[in-house]
Write a protein that binds this ligand. Structure first.
Ligand SMILES: Cc1cc2nc3c(=O)[nH]c(=O)nc-3n(C[C@H](O)[C@H](O)[C@H](O)COP(=O)(O)O)c2cc1C
Length: 351
């Protein structure tokens, strides 16, 4: 048991989940500016370089395959500190063109007995301009992904412009992009996963890049829901192939409420709507990765995310066809040492 899971998490989990999240991000953001702290974190948590961990995916060289999933650092406030804690890449956002406060509180629920989280945050963020200001101060080489969305007040018919606005504003500052149309916490957002509207968004971003730079340079990925049917997943594969974007992030949170053995149905119902993440979605998320990888004949890279709580979970996703993995809930329950444990496990398996 790590110091985090035996002591730190026990203290943190005494408090309201959102309050402790906000406090932790503020604290990390403060610490990342204190001289020497990042260097200390890198020394303590950093991953020893190892050729069996390195990989080149969609044209970017990753020192190892473990990154932080979107939603934890929504405003790019602490991405360098998170990089110093061992992540090879940090996905910031989801960011929207204009600031928005998200859904009413409470909207974040920890189900620690089952290593799960339910959230209905609703893209609370300070807007893309504020994010740009943070990213302009970037000092370290941690790889940064920009996860982009649309404002709640923007009707789906006008969604394309929101995605293009975020894309244009972030373009100089991030290494890859993720289009988020799979979050269950914004009304009707997931309707944008249908082939027609999705194709329009993806094509608009491909065109925006050509307009900006004259070429296709930065990888664009699509983040998908674990609740899609096989036929919807087939559409996703077609869209990636037809538009030539870089790949897929699989998966976001699920609206299902399966695999929560420690809690009564009444208690889970009392929490209300939201996306479920963590251990309950490990299996489904891996199934989606395997399906997309096999059905597309491995035509494009997949970032595997969803319920990685142990090194074995991460390895399974890589075996199922993921080129990289991300963690969120696992990081909350197991702490930064999970990154090192996953990397160690991969090195052992590759021997
Ligand atoms: C509190 C919370 C907020 C999240 N916010 C976002 C978000 O803004 N954008 C996004 O693409 N995914 C978001 N996610 C989904 C995660 O990036 C990830 O896809 C999902 O949690 C599954 O991974 P996990 O089981 O390791 O948590 C959020 C997840 C949680 C728990």
């Amino acid at each position: 048991m790590s110091f985090y899971s035996s002591v730190v998490s026990k203290v943190l989990f005494l408090f309201d989940p959102e309050k402790i999240h906000t406090f932790t991000i503020k604290w990390l953001s403060f610490l990342q500016k204190v001289p020497g702290v990042q260097a200390y974190m890198r020394w303590h948590f950093g991953i020893k370089p190892d050729s069996s961990l390195e990989r080149e995916v969609f044209g970017i060289k990753f020192p190892h395959p473990v990154g932080l999933a979107a939603g934890l650092d929504k405003n790019a406030a602490a991405f360098e500190m998170l990089g110093a804690m061992g992540f090879a890449f940090v996905e910031v956002g989801t960011v929207t063109p204009r600031p928005q406060s998200g859904n009413p509180k409470p909207r974040l629920f920890r189900l620690k007995e089952d290593k799960a989280i339910i959230n209905r945050m609703g893209f609370n963020n300070y807007g893309v301009e504020a994010m740009v200001k943070k990213l302009q101060k970037r000092h370290t080489k941690v790889i940064v992904g920009g996860n982009i969305g649309k404002n709640e007040v923007t009707p789906n018919e006008n969604a394309v412009q929101d995605y293009v606005d975020c894309f244009n504003a972030l373009y100089p500052y991030v290494d890859y992009f993720v289009i988020n149309v799979s979050c269950p916490n914004q009304v009707n957002l997931r309707e944008l996963q249908e082939k027609g509207p999705l194709m329009a968004i993806v094509q608009a971003l491909v065109d925006a890049e050509i307009k900006l730079t004259g070429k296709k340079a930065k990888p664009i990925l699509l983040k998908i829901s674990p609740d899609l049917t096989n036929s919807q997943l087939d559409d996703i594969i077609d869209i990636v192939n037809e538009t030539g974007i870089a790949g897929v992030v699989a998966t976001n949170t699920t609206t299902t409420r399966d695999n929560l053995p420690s809690y009564s149905k009444e208690y889970i119902e009392s929490i209300g709507k939201g996306g479920l993440s963590g251990a309950p979605e490990t299996k489904r998320s891996t199934e989606v990765i395997r399906y997309v990888h096999e059905k597309s004949n491995g035509a494009f890279p997949i970032i595997g995310v969803g319920g990685i709580i142990t090194p074995e979970d991460a390895y399974e996703k890589l075996q199922a066809g993921a080129s990289l993995v991300q963690i969120y809930s696992g990081f909350i329950f197991e702490g930064p040492s999970l990154i090192k444990k996953i990397c160690k496990y991969i090195v052992e398996k590759n021997k």
